[in-house]
Design a protein around this ligand. Structure first.
Ligand code: 3Y8
Ligand code: NAP
Length: 247
């Protein structure tokens, strides 16, 4: 029986955990510990960093892990890079479980930018009311622009993260009707978001389309070449005979 490590923290990772638990698989679920009380998983769960590549290597050996599924968020680039390095060093097969990036459809007013700095630069000169849906990391730079920001965070911040902001506390996945009401209630004129892909975070894009609001969408960080699957069923089949078929 393959013993697998699931690097989690996304909607897809939770779906994979449910499938593995239902199959009685020998698997461990891993959270970074970014939120105070992560959603419980139906698998044995560890919380917290491994301690870089060497820490992950030590974990893979100590726990006799036969295969790793990197189901982290597309913006969790450091974890993904560490998994690629550690699995290559130990010779443990690795697969990515990742949803495709969002692509603009009819009526979408999207501006694609490469990173957070470009997103800040892409905001208008005139004061706007911006839904900054990028979480609590990387917020400081937005203080340089004279806008009102709506922030949606998982945990309450100890102090207001920006001089002119409103904080709502909520945990995804979100739905389009709720996000439409949120955008209207806060008279939002612009949205800044990560190209997370998947269903858990796309509600605000659907709502923005119906209100013809401009969206500044941050591209995913580049990762070294690795094999990625998009569906839980494909990963379950791969775990039957995990081979690192490379890219
Ligand atoms: C800790 C696990 C599930 C998983 C749900 C997905 C994404 C819905 C929408 C908006 C954008 C944002 C943020 C968001 C969503 C999913 C998924 C997603 C975006 C939890 C979770 C962990 C995290 C970490 C958290 C980050 C933050 C990012 C808020 C659990 C709830 C902005 C990213 O407070 C913090 O420190 C939050 C940090 C990393 C981005 C950031 O940089 O701040 N997610 N999110 C995981 C861990 O500890 O390892 O706590 O239960 C999971 C999810 N949040 O169960 O269905 O579709 O998978 N999370 C983004 O995607 O843009 C909010 O408001 O629309
Ligand atoms: P990151 O920058 O790629 O990772 C930074 C460090 O956090 C990693 O080097 C690792 O520490 C630890 N880490 C990250 N994910 C981990 C996991 N699943 N299990 C154990 N340790 C983990 O990660 P991030 O962007 O902060 O994201 C943290 C978690 O939140 C991820 O699991 C991700 O799936 C989830 N998430 C992130 C976003 C986002 O926008 N970034 C959105 C939704 C969910 P060590 O080096 O010590 O091992």
């Amino acid at each position: 029986m393959t013993r697998s490590l699931i690097l989690g923290g996304t909607t897809e990772a939770s779906a994979l955990a449910r499938a593995l638990a239902a199959a009685g698989a020998d698997a461990v679920f891993s959270y970074a510990g970014r939120t105070e009380a992560p959603v419980a998983q139906p698998l044995p769960t560890r919380i917290g960093g491994f301690g870089g590549v060497d820490g992950l290597i030590a974990y893979l050996r100590a726990e006799k892990i036969d295969a790793v599924v990197d189901a982290t968020h597309p913006f969790a680039a450091q974890m993904s890079r560490n998994a690629i390095m550690a699995c290559a060093r130990v010779g443990v097969p690795l697969i990515g479980l990742q949803r495709p990036a969002w692509r603009a459809g009819e009526g979408d007013l999207w501006t694609h930018v490469a990173d957070i700095q470009s997103a800040i630069a892409a905001l208008p000169d005139q004061p706007a009311r911006v839904f900054l849906a990028i979480g609590k990391q990387n917020l400081a730079g937005f203080a340089a622009r004279p806008h009102h920001y709506l922030l949606r965070l998982v945990d309450a911040p100890s102090a207001p993260p920006l001089p002119d902001c409103t904080v709502v506390l909520a945990r995804g996945p979100f739905d389009a009707a709720q996000d439409l009401a949120l955008l209207q209630a806060h008279r939002i004129s612009h949205i800044v978001a990560k190209n997370a892909g998947g269903a858990g975070a796309e509600a605000k894009l659907i709502a923005a389309r119906s209100l013809s609001l401009p969206v500044i969408l941050i591209d995913r960080p580049k990762l070294p070449a690795r094999r990625v699957l998009a569906e839980v069923a494909e990963v379950m089949a791969w775990l039957d005979h995990p081979t690192d078929l490379g890219v």
